[in-house]
Design a protein around this ligand. Sequence first.
Ligand code: NAD
Length: 475
Amino acid sequence: MLVKDKFFIGGQWVAPSTKETLDVHNAGNGEVMGRVPAGTATDVDAAVSAARAALEGWSQTPPAERAAFLDKISAGLKARSDELARVIAQEVGMPLKMASRIQVGLPVANFANYAKLVKDFSFENRVGNSLVVREPVGVVGAITPWNYPLHQITLKVAPALAAGCTVVLKPSEVAPFNAFILAEVIEACGLPKGVFNLVTGLGQSAGEALVRHPGVDMISFTGSTRAGKRISELAANDVKRVALELGGKSASVILEDADLAAAVKGTVNGCYLNSGQTCTALTRMLVPEAKYEEAKKLAADIAKGFTVGDPLAETTKLGPLSSQAQLERVRGYIRKGIAEGAELVAGGAEPPEGVPAGGYYVRPTVFGKVKNSMTIAQEEIFGPVLSIIPYRDEEEAVRIANDTVYGLAGAVWSGDDARAQRVARRIRAGQVDVNGGAFNMNAPFGGFKQSGHGREAGVYGLEEFLEYKSLQLKG
Ligand code: NAD
């Protein structure tokens, strides 16, 4: 049992203002795996004060020295990789081997990457008689979700610290233990006190207190569009800068000249990654009408190969969802798909067989003959549920791909790379994979439309945490 009863504030482990705690459940068996404090506005206030007090010193610290701390954090996380992967596999449900590679590997790489990027970054340049300087935004409130918990924390904390900002982190209450390990690593690195602070708690209390706090200059949020809208409203009160990474309903457009088997495989894998709990999940597979039957069979066969089971078991390809609430939500959407007349091609709402009791398991599901107006094609399900949508021609495919309130990601497949790129440019989304192009940690990541605004990752993510200032020089 993991029990955390202190917050990391001002470089020390501090008792919370309340005795209230939050249970954290093991996704694989539903048992309580630990507890964290349910922080209040008082705790948030203490953390923000510590971050403000540290800002002047940290923002004046030379970038190369800040970079040295980031390298140390990367090494500290790496040294605790096995423990982190096990914790996250249980908090989130992602199979252990994959969790180790993605959920821990990416944060280790990103802390080191920001060390390098900030050393190379040009913080000033001349424009006519002006010297344009880049300065840290100030105190950053970072609010993060549970699906890639440490990765999403890292994409805020690493560039914010690199930029010279100080941070108060409020991680997800569903998967908070990885954030405590990060705080321990940061403490061991000797980062100046108050530069990084950790408070846990619920979104409506600790989260909103952070957003409302006048001592916070910027909120960087990743999570649901619902919470993103609420945060925007609250932050407007004192015109705080807000960066939002929100939900998605991404389309994978398979053109008639594509390698169908490769395209369907790439799409199903992109949909089921992390049991569908991926904001960029390719949840709508658009196929030409003439290829529908073939695509449907291919997708069903691939789905059946996703062995569902305990995230710690070697044989598991599809782990559980992260919580009971998620389980009910996803099963509800599967029932809704059936009720709205989609063709159930694989899976279904019944629990899968042969999985550990109490865990949040769901069948890998494929719906065929989906109309884009159906609920399952419009709303973010956040589970392993693929919708196949037949289309008549390229124009209709592009129209359907863009017929969504979201604009986070997408994919295009064609035998002709130039054609695939042409179609990819017409999709209104922040990142579009062309013929299975690989994930690039230095490319900008973020959304159009209700998927949010602002960009994370690479140099674009560093610039999020910088202000421009121009010094008008004489002569
Ligand atoms: P969520 O919005 O419920 O919670 C995210 C975080 O916000 C948590 O820390 C929560 O405590 C906090 N929060 C909730 N309500 C708040 C409020 N009113 N004020 C302040 N903080 C609040 O989301 P979730 O269920 O944890 O995560 C799933 C969602 O995140 C999905 O919609 C997914 O698409 C999205 N997501 C987006 C990206 C991206 O980069 N675009 C990445 C991962 C997840």
